[in-house]
Write a protein that binds this ligand. Structure first.
Ligand SMILES: [Zn+2]
Ligand SMILES: [Zn+2]
Length: 190
């Protein structure tokens, strides 16, 4: 059954002994008890990921009418308290329940139904200062450069990911890229 889930290389499964998994179980069983999980939605798998941009995300795959969700949590937020972590999980889990619309009215309704038990009010953007700060510190910057040492600084994009596909207009050699500010894990998964 695991092969139906859209698991990507570099995602690390969060073990059941991890407090994030326990928070997820808490959210999941409460959502079940109030009957907001559609029948065709399988139980999500939980992963830790490295990402410069997302606090977390939910990736769903549809296989013969069933939905297989993966909830991914940014490793840079590992230290946030239980309440904030649970809110994040509620937010992402609501995406699993409403995969057809992102941050639409149905998503808000489900996220609020689940979250109100813990005082979470659904929001489509992050407002917590601690989380914003952690995400800011985590953002990596890259340098794209070439033989003639023209340098360009940028966040992760196509030039950073596949620099060899491009050549410098001056020296005509393939570009290269490297991280110039590095405060995350080993890999990026966007
Ligand atoms: Zn969202
Ligand atoms: Zn050059």
């Amino acid at each position: 059954m695991n092969e139906h889930y859209p698991i990507k290389r570099g995602w690390r499964p969060i073990p059941e002994s991890d407090r994030r998994y326990k928070l997820f179980e808490e959210v999941y069983s409460y959502a079940k008890s109030i009957d907001v999980i559609p029948d065709n939605v399988e139980k999500p798998l939980l992963f830790e990921v490295t990402s410069s941009w997302n606090c977390g995300f939910c990736s769903c795959q549809k296989r013969s009418r069933r939905i297989y969700p993966c909830i991914c949590l940014n490793e840079c937020l590992r230290s946030i308290g239980d309440d904030k972590m649970r809110n994040l999980i509620v937010h992402e889990f609501a995406h699993a329940c409403v995969p057809e619309e992102v941050h639409g009215p149905k998503w808000y309704a489900v996220a609020n139904d689940i979250g109100k038990k813990w005082g979470y009010i659904a929001d489509d953007k992050e407002t917590d200062e601690e989380i914003i700060k952690l995400m800011q510190q985590n953002k990596k910057r890259y340098e794209v450069y070439c033989q003639c040492s023209h340098e360009y600084f940028m966040y992760r994009n196509i030039f950073v990911r596949e620099p060899q596909k491009f050549t410098c207009p001056m020296c005509k050699t393939p570009l290269k890229s490297r991280v110039v500010q590095y405060k995350g894990g080993e890999k990026d998964d966007e």
